[in-house]
Design a protein around this ligand. Structure first.
Ligand code: PNS
Length: 182
């Protein structure tokens, strides 16, 4: 009798800095979860790049934002992305694509990754239109000067941004108070 093997789990890696996670990233993760059995959000440990949040803070924010989805894993990596993908037996690397401006660098990175590891495919997912202009850096810049970024990031990220930027916390508390007294 021939034994039927269980279908192979299809794992995708979603790598990035995630400093911090935005609703645009969340949108891409949700789309990836519809295609793959398992998605690993992999934060690059990069001591040479100055980040607002520590790697541990970023891990925690992503975990809190995706509470309870067993198909989603969060991890860190260093060195080459393709080596990490190989170690995880991933079939794909996910990257979000917002606009034409993302294309050139993503194209270059995807081709380099293919050269280094031909069996992993780069898969580009379009974010929802409402997130087309968001990025971690623009959100950090707005938050730093007290700009309301509430609907651009998941709640755990908003809380951490308020901790980092007192002006943001002050402005958001004021808005809440105004709404409460109306
Ligand atoms: O969110 P980011 O900063 O655009 O993510 C970039 C990231 C982490 C995906 C990229 O820098 C990366 O994969 N770095 C690891 C080193 C590597 O493998 N580079 C690609 C081949 S040169």
């Amino acid at each position: 009798m021939r034994m039927r093997m269980p279908p192979k789990k299809r794992t995708a890696i979603y790598p990035g800095s995630f400093d911090p996670l935005t609703n645009g990233h969340m949108d891409v993760i949700q789309r990836a979860l519809e295609i793959f059995d398992e998605v690993i959000v992999a934060i690059l440990r990069n001591p040479s790049k100055k980040a607002l949040f520590s790697t541990e803070e970023r891990l925690e924010m992503i975990r809190q934002s995706f509470n309870g989805n067993s198909a989603l894993k969060v991890d860190t990596f260093d060195g080459l992305l393709v080596d990490y993908a190989r170690m995880k037996h991933a079939v794909a690397i996910i990257r979000g694509m917002r606009a034409i401006s993302d294309f050139e660098s993503e194209f270059q990175m995807a081709l380099m990754n293919r050269k280094l590891h031909k069996d992993v495919q780069s898969v580009f997912l379009m974010t929802g239109l409402r997130w087309i202009f968001t990025s971690s850096s623009i959100i950090k810049e707005a938050a730093q000067f007290g700009g309301d970024i509430s609907d651009m990031v998941p709640k755990p990220v908003k809380r951490k941004l308020m901790e980092k930027f007192p002006l943001l916390a002050e402005n958001l508390h004021q808005t809440q108070t105004k709404q409460g007294t109306r």
